[in-house]
Design a protein around this ligand. Structure first.
Ligand code: FAD
Length: 395
């Protein structure tokens, strides 16, 4: 076997998590390949759009702790590329404080923040209206502003990770698709649409496509795919800006009735702001079924909420697009993250990360996947993130 087709680590999927793995493995001296079927920086999978929510508050304490463990890695990434990637414009959660959503629950999250000594400012509906220009919120709505939260620069992060992976000598193959993985006692053989490789270890960071490779091994993950609408609106009051905001509401018969939005992106001169519904309805049969065009009803529901509650924005959409969300079917589970040991024969050579709201964890996910691939364990507590997947926590 020649050196050109043999690697210490092959990462399938060159989204932010795959690139983070590529950077961190190559920085540890591993001969590493990252391949992506659609090419790097593509907008066809789970990472389309310019921004993501950064937050440290979670209803689950272990996830809050993981965000705090991600902070030094983000700082290190920022200092290496001399660019701010997380902008701390604040994270505002408000609405029905008892409602349980995929994002979490307001009351319980405030208790977690108390336990972890995280700062926040509790706010009534009236205070939220006065400070941020929302209007006609139901009077029982309440919430909090967490000042460390904010917005992550997606394209800046991808460029930073790609550049660092390249600097450390990671091979980056755009437009190459993994077709099959075959673990054995000594490593893994990967067939792609170009060639065949051998690797000591493989990380599957291919998001919604993970079951294309795990399915034939008899180990499909129970994930649901949703094509979620992204909607850009124009601000019509220059003096109002928003932190990141998320409104928690009782579901309707039609959908989950959840909406979120960003303020102006600090790195962009645009006067448009991006909002979205979080409707986990009408799951797609597979990633290839995504159309790139949002469901008009979802855009209409968002516009209508904005028309009723955000007079600072023109509710007529200026731009719309979609993003493919892969989410665990079990709402109690946040991600699939771990070694495939015990799940497929020779799964000790395979690490998987897929699904969930993972952007805020990107540098940490890279570190954890590489730890698991190279050492079979990680110092971070991920014990609850993949109970069906075998993993060890370093003592
Ligand atoms: C609407 C929306 C809003 C979100 N908001 C937030 C947020 O505010 N905060 C947050 O933290 N997270 C958020 N997320 C989640 C976050 O964006 C994702 O977790 C993250 O971007 C996924 O990155 P990834 O690298 O795991 O996957 P992806 O970006 O999906 O990358 C997977 C890559 O694998 C490639 N691939 C697939 N199959 C193969 C194959 N067989 N061979 C080779 N390559 C393959 C694909 O081309 C793709 O580029 C949001 C997601 C959505 C959809």
């Amino acid at each position: 076997m020649s050196d050109t087709t043999s690697f210490d680590l092959i990462v399938v999927g060159g989204g932010p998590v795959g690139l983070s793995c590529g950077w961190q493995a190559a920085a540890r001296g591993q001969r590493t390949l990252v391949m992506d079927r659609y090419g790097f920086f593509n907008e066809r999978c789970g990472t389309s759009g310019a921004e993501r929510h950064w937050r440290v508050q979670y209803t689950q304490e272990d996830l809050s702790r993981l965000t705090l463990e991600a902070v030094p890695l983000w700082r290190s990434l920022e200092s290496r590329v001399e660019r701010t990637l997380i902008h701390h414009i604040g994270s505002l959660w408000f609405g029905d404080t008892e409602v349980q959503t995929n994002e979490g629950q307001i009351c319980e999250t405030m208790r977690v923040m108390d336990r972890l000594d995280l700062p926040y400012e509790a706010m009534t509906a009236k205070e939220i209206e006065r400070r941020y220009g929302f209007a006609d919120l139901p009077s029982h709505y309440a919430g909090f502003l967490q000042p460390d939260g904010g917005v992550i620069d997606v394209r800046g992060t991808l460029a930073a990770l790609y550049g660092l992976a390249q600097q450390h000598g990671c091979a980056l193959h755009a437009g190459e698709r993994a077709l099959g993985i075959f673990p054995d006692a000594d490593g893994v053989t990967i067939h792609t649409d170009r060639t065949t490789y051998r690797a000591a270890k493989v990380v599957l960071a291919n998001g919604a496509g993970v079951n294309d490779l795990l399915g034939p091994l008899g180990a499909s993950l129970d994930i649901r795919l949703y094509e979620m609408a992204l909607v850009s609106l124009r601000r019509q009051q220059a003096d109002i800006d928003f932190p990141f905001w998320f409104v928690f509401q009782q579901p309707t018969e039609e959908d989950t009735n959840l909406f979120y939005g960003f303020g102006r992106n600090p790195w962009s001169p645009s006067d448009l702001v991006r909002l979205g519904p979080v409707f986990e309805v009408n799951p797609l049969p597979d990633a290839e079924s995504a159309t790139g065009t949002p469901d008009p009803r979802h855009v209409e529901r968002l516009s209508s909420w904005v028309g009723n509650h955000m007079p600072g924005l023109d509710p007529a959409p200026v731009q719309t697009s979609t993003c493919l969300a892969a989410l665990p079917a079990d709402p109690e589970r946040q991600f699939y993250l771990g070694l495939m040991r015990d799940l497929v024969p020779h799964g000790e050579h395979l690490v998987v990360y897929s699904s969930g709201w993972g952007f805020k964890f990107v540098p940490l996910l890279g570190e954890i996947c590489v730890d698991l691939a190279l050492q079979g364990r990680t110092a971070h507590d991920i014990s609850r993130l993949g109970p069906a997947i075998s993993m060890e926590v370093e003592q």
